[in-house]
Design a protein around this ligand. Structure first.
Ligand SMILES: [Zn+2]
Length: 135
């Protein structure tokens, strides 16, 4: 008769490897610098491609969070005030927490869908569909 440990190790070995190793997610980092009294964020399009969210939604949200006027010029985000890269990365993190990470499985593989005029967060990893405030 198999011991409990043997049974356990058998069960463990039969789990597909993919379920055990979850690839680590890396938050995108902003590439920013000060120009006079302004903050310039480079590679805005690439950043939004990574985040897979609407530029306008992100810019509007960022304006609200920083209480600063922000415009987009030639793939750059021009913030009318000084926000250092540490603060910007923290803001990106908070945007991810609010609008990107799946509330169920916490993975970033989500997209925005519209159902009956309501915007919802749909997770491509676990299939969860959630309404998110301010999406
Ligand atoms: Zn999910």
């Amino acid at each position: 008769m198999n011991s409990y440990e043997e049974l356990l190790s058998k069960a463990y070995n039969s789990i597909p490897k993919k379920a055990l190793t979850q690839e680590r997610f890396e938050m995108p980092r902003v590439d920013s610098f000060f120009q006079g009294t302004k903050t310039i964020v480079r590679g805005f399009n690439q950043l939004m491609d990574t985040m897979r969210r609407d530029k306008k939604h992100f810019t509007k949200w960022l304006m609200k969070e920083t209480a600063l006027p922000i415009s987009e010029v030639n793939n750059q985000l021009i913030i009318n005030g000084k926000v250092n890269s540490y603060q910007l990365n923290k803001l990106i993190e908070s945007y991810y927490k609010q609008f990107i990470f799946c509330p169920e499985c916490k993975r970033p593989d989500t997209k925005v869908i519209t159902e009956g005029g309501t915007k919802l967060l749909k997770c491509e990893a676990c299939g969860a569909v959630k309404s998110v405030m301010g999406l």
